[in-house]
Ligand binder design. Structure first.
Ligand SMILES: N=c1c2ncn([C@@H]3O[C@H](COP(=O)(O)OP(=O)(O)OP(=O)(O)O)[C@@H](O)[C@H]3O)c2ncn1[C@@H]1O[C@H](COP(=O)(O)O)[C@@H](O)[C@H]1O
Length: 118
């Protein structure tokens, strides 16, 4: 049996997060975080990013998976707070597919030079 795609997982999780918004903070972690407000959500994203960095430095594979899941989960809450769906982020990544990061950087630099920016 084939596994559902990761795109479905992010969309389904985003649906659950949207449903929890405005829910009882005593019954739902997501509701509690929304209740605490944007600063708390963004602080959590920063903490989870740092935890992923530490795990990746440590090099323990499974720990990296756990911390990346924590980061993606909290990033989805931040996206919901900003009114952005995962599909929009995935579409942006798809748009960048095949576009070399180095070429994009060089084009941006050239544009800035033409515009007389330092
Ligand atoms: N994927 C997750 C998920 N990942 C991590 N977490 C929680 O995120 C919290 C923060 O993680 P930390 O490592 O920072 O742990 P902590 O020490 O408890 O946090 P702090 O006290 O330091 O703030 C933990 O309580 C985790 O349980 C999650 N909580 C919920 N989900 C998903 O969200 C759905 C809705 O959850 P509820 O809103 O709780 O119903 C669930 O069914 C899951 O699918």
């Amino acid at each position: 049996m084939s596994q559902p795609s990761s795109d479905d997982t992010l969309e389904r999780l985003a649906d659950v997060i949207a449903q929890r918004r405005g829910g009882d903070p005593d019954k739902s972690y997501v509701a509690r975080l929304f209740h605490k407000g944007r600063d708390s959500i963004l602080k959590k994203v920063g903490e989870e990013a740092t935890e992923l960095v530490i795990a990746a430095k440590g090099g323990e594979r499974q720990q990296v998976v756990y911390e990346a899941a924590d980061l993606w989960f909290h990033a989805l809450i931040a996206l919901a707070d900003a009114g952005v769906r995962p599909a929009e982020v995935l579409a942006e990544l798809r748009r960048r597919e095949g576009l070399s990061g180095l070429e994009e950087f060089a084009a941006r630099k050239a544009q800035a030079r033409e515009a007389g920016e330092p």
